[in-house]
Design a protein around this ligand. Structure first.
Ligand code: AMP
Ligand code: GLY
Length: 420
């Protein structure tokens, strides 16, 4: 069994590490991969969005299965092209990946199928949107670019002036490009945020262990939004009762809705939830594993990942075991100073062993490269250090002890992951 994994972040490192527990898997290629991934897979220099390049590689190598993890290639239809070429894939086709790629689509889906989410309106005209905001006169208001915007196309305005500035940024200055041609204006929700990733084969949905991301750059949730600065799993707020309610009101209805729309979703469906005073509501859907949620969720998976992924593709998830450990996990991201804005790359990383690891923790590489046996920083998010333990406190203590020992110039990390 030989597998091709598309992507280059900590999430892909976590997927590949889990796959490596299956002795039947021989070669794993990762395109394009990174320095840390190269210790357990063959990195191939093809961009994650290069659909034709990926197809050519898959057809000229003995690839039995392909796992497409990032949002862009999924939205662009990489799975469609590979499947048509005869390569079995894990991941949704483009007509299902739209659940993340268009917020206007996902909001309409939720409205049509009565899936709880924030009230909203969609606009493709800046003047109409401005008039709506002024008439509504309720703040904060949330404005979201319709398309993919690296998780940054969401602006929360606390008054009219901020809202007008946000409209200008999204629709006139096009700070997020064409993804701002349409904008969703929605009600501001309050509550704890929880991420639930779920395996689905288009019919059956099996949620993974819940997790909690920390999106802001600095402690106490200050600073800019990032791709995610750290995660814990499970989320202490996600009780059994809430999980049952989410299954009934959100997870199953979403999978059924996608099927009813002729867009069966196969792969990993990510539910970004807000536990509001009126019950759990959807903040967003992603059509893929979260990063760094995957770095705390997959280490807790006891079943074989490849078997589950194959079942998602083949429609046999109902008959496939998905078992979880009752341990806790915590991941702390070490980022380049300046991230998510400008930062320098190319600093040597100290504290890693020859394979890019460190005793007592799992080191997931996100933005690293390896040259002459030395690991260098090569991106905004550099490493994700995951600790496992019987309690969340144990897991955090292990992760932070290692974070102090693994370092590079201008390293930045949050010191309060999991503290709330
Ligand atoms: P999204 O990309 O849709 O997940 O939005 C990014 C972040 O903005 C979320 O993780 C929330 O923290 C926040 N956010 C998005 N929508 C809302 C909302 N309707 N109310 C409150 N916060 C929100
Ligand atoms: N950590 C959030 C995401 O992957 O979108």
């Amino acid at each position: 069994m030989n597998i091709l994994v598309v992507g280059s972040g900590g999430r892909e490192h976590a997927v590949i590490r889990k796959l490596r527990e299956n002795q039947e898997i021989e070669t794993i290629w990762c395109a394009p991969g990174n320095g840390g991934i190269s210790a357990i897979a063959e990195c191939v220099d093809i961009k994650a969005t290069d659909i034709e390049g990926m197809k050519a590689f898959a057809l000229s190598h003995p690839v039995d299965f392909c796992i497409v993890t990032p949002d862009d290639p999924l939205a662009l239809g990489m799975v469609d092209v590979l499947e048509e070429a005869g390569i079995p894939c894990f991941g949704p086709r483009a007509n299902a990946a739209i659940i993340e790629a268009s917020k206007a689509f996902s909001k309409e889906l939720m409205k049509k199928y009565h899936i709880p989410t924030a009230a909203y309106e969609t606009f493709d005209d800046a003047e109409k949107l401005s008039a709506y905001i002024k008439e509504k006169n309720t703040y904060p208001i949330v404005l979201k670019a319709d398309g993919l915007a690296l998780g940054k196309g969401v602006l929360i305005a606390n008054n009219e002036a901020e809202a007008m500035e946000a409209v200008k940024e999204l629709m006139i200055d096009k700070a997020f490009g064409a993804s701002g041609n349409k904008v969703v204006a929605e009600e501001f929700m309050t509550g704890k945020e929880v991420s639930v990733l779920a395996f689905t084969d288009g019919e059956t949905v099996k949620p993974m262990i819940s997790s909690m991301d920390h999106k802001r750059a600095y402690d106490n949730d200050e600073g800019l939004n990032t791709g995610g600065m750290g995660t814990i799993a499970p989320s202490p707020y996600y009780t059994k009762e809430i999980a049952d309610r989410c299954m009934r009101e959100i997870f199953e209805p979403t999978v059924k809705a996608m099927k009813a729309e002729g867009r069966p979703f196969k792969g990993c469906l990510y539910f970004g939830l807000m536990l509001t005073p009126n019950g759990p509501k959807v903040v967003e859907y992603n059509c893929r594993f979260g990063d760094p949620e995957t770095q705390v969720v997959l280490p807790l998976l006891k079943s074989d990942l490849y078997t589950i992924m194959k079942a998602c593709r083949e429609g046999t998830l109902a008959d496939t075991d998905v078992e979880w450990s009752d341990q806790a996990a915590a991941c702390v991201i070490e980022a380049s100073g300046g991230y998510p804005q400008s930062y320098k790359k190319g600093y040597p990383i100290s504290g890693l062993d020859a394979d890019g690891g460190h005793e007592g923790v799992i080191v997931y590489h996100a933005g690293t490269k390896k040259e002459n046996g030395i690991y260098y920083t090569n991106g905004g998010r550099v490493l994700g250090i995951t600790g496992l333990g019987d309690t969340l406190q144990d897991a955090l203590a292990k992760a932070y002890a290692a974070v102090k020992q693994i370092t590079f110039e201008k390293v930045h990390y949050r010191t309060d992951i999991g503290r709330k």
